[in-house]
Design a protein around this ligand. Structure first.
Ligand SMILES: [Zn+2]
Length: 75
């Protein structure tokens, strides 16, 4: 892998991270976000520090299935 590809991957994962944070904020604000693949409403489960619950954002069909870190920086 050449350095250019590597930088591109880093940029893309950073974009995905910001995309996740944006989705979480909108879901927490009570907005309905639909899956970009199937158009179903996404459901959010926030990670809990008190139980070992893993947070996620996913749609009914499962084509969007994002696991959330236990602690979100800046949240
Ligand atoms: Zn979907």
């Amino acid at each position: 892998m050449n350095p250019e590809n590597f930088a591109d991957i880093n940029r893309r994962s950073a974009n995905a991270f910001h995309e996740q944070k944006r989705l979480i904020k909108q879901l927490l604000a009570g907005k309905t976000i639909t899956c970009r693949h199937c158009g179903q409403a996404l459901q959010a489960q926030l990670p809990s520090a008190h139980s070992d619950t893993t947070g996620y954002i996913r749609c009914a069909k499962g084509c969007t299935d994002i696991e959330l870190e236990a602690s979100l920086p800046g949240c």
